[in-house]
Design a binder for this molecule. Structure first.
Ligand code: ADP
Ligand code: MG
Length: 289
């Protein structure tokens, strides 16, 4: 066992990526988004993934829960090889992996409480029990007084708190955060980072943080990996990676990323099709929750 800074103890790898490659093929041609990535993330750590826009960060994190299916290689999460599972087995296994996004992806016609209940109801948890758990989670993320508010009545930081509570509803072992603070002002970013650190400490959840903000990495990450053009450039402690004088990419990262709307839309469509997310038109899919 290896003690880390901030008192987190880690003993084993919870995410293992072996020879992971992803090639997108479209009418415009091929894009090699990831190339033979080998990476292990330890249980209980907050792990950062950095790199410039287009480096492959979102693709990498989406391969961890197989929202994106790798072209080659293996993804092992908590001892299960996800790349070898049937669709039904994979859906079950995904409950152990929560995810939050830059754009929150809340259901706008549902209250905070209903948003957090959602993943519980679709996994068959009785409504009363789901509401009790959702209520406790909203207390935990500091939204005790906003349970019946709709997303439009919440600030960005509050919406991200609802999204975090929703991601935690199924008791995941891993929480994936794709640019989760990139749409927030510095003060709100700080409060969300404090919350993520608290969740990591209290529940021992492994957190993977994708970001272009160096401040985020310095603030909460134990270790960090840097991607460039789909290749893993280096992995190490925050000090090692950010402190490397030959490190030019990081400085340029602060220029900022485009909003990545298309990617967000694709993920949203996927979550809808998997029944993880429900639009109000969700009734059309034939379930009422
Ligand atoms: N669905 C897709 N189809 C084709 N190319 C894609 C798709 N998704 C991502 N890409 C490409 O893969 C590369 C990595 O993208 P992405 O993982 O979103 O990078 P990052 O999150 O680091 O900005 C980029 O060149 C991007 O244009
Ligand atoms: Mg991205």
């Amino acid at each position: 066992m290896r003690p880390l800074r901030k008192g987190v103890i880690m003993s084993e790898d919870i995410i293992v990526l072996q020879q992971l490659s992803k090639c997108f093929v479209s009418e415009q041609g091929q894009v090699q988004a990831l190339q033979a990535i080998n990476l292990s993330i330890r249980k209980g750590e907050i792990f950062g993934i950095i790199g410039r826009s287009g480096a492959g960060k979102s693709t990498l994190v989406r391969c961890i829960n197989l929202l994106e299916r790798p072209s080659e290689g293996r993804v092992i999460v908590d001892g299960q090889e996800l790349t070898a599972l049937s669709p039904a087995q994979l859906r079950k296994q995904r409950h152990g992996i929560g995810m939050i996004f830059q754009g929150f992806h809340l259901l706008m016609q549902k209250t905070a409480l209903q948003n957090v209940c959602f993943p519980l109801l679709i996994t068959g948890v009785p409504r009363g029990e789901a509401e009790k758990r959702a209520s406790a989670l909203l207390d935990e993320v500091g939204l005790s007084d906003k349970k019946n508010a709709y997303p439009a009545q919440l600030s960005g930081g509050q919406m991200q708190r609802v999204a975090i509570a929703r991601a935690l509803a199924t008791n995941p072992k891993v929480l994936l955060c794709d640019e989760a603070t990139s749409a927030l002002d510095p003060e709100t970013t700080q409060s969300i980072l404090d919350l993520l650190r608290e969740i990591n400490r209290r529940h021992g959840i492994t957190i993977v943080v994708i970001t272009h903000e160096m401040r985020v990495v310095e603030e909460i990450c134990h270790r960090v990996a840097e991607l460039k053009d789909g290749l893993l450039l280096r992995v190490g402690s925050v000090e090692e990676v950010l402190g490397d004088p030959s490190h030019q990419t990081v400085e340029r990262l602060t220029i900022g990323l485009p909003q990545d709307e298309e990617t967000a839309l694709r993920v949203r469509c996927y979550l809808l099709s998997e029944g993880v997310l429900f639009e109000e038109e969700g009734a059309a899919i034939g379930r009422s929750v």
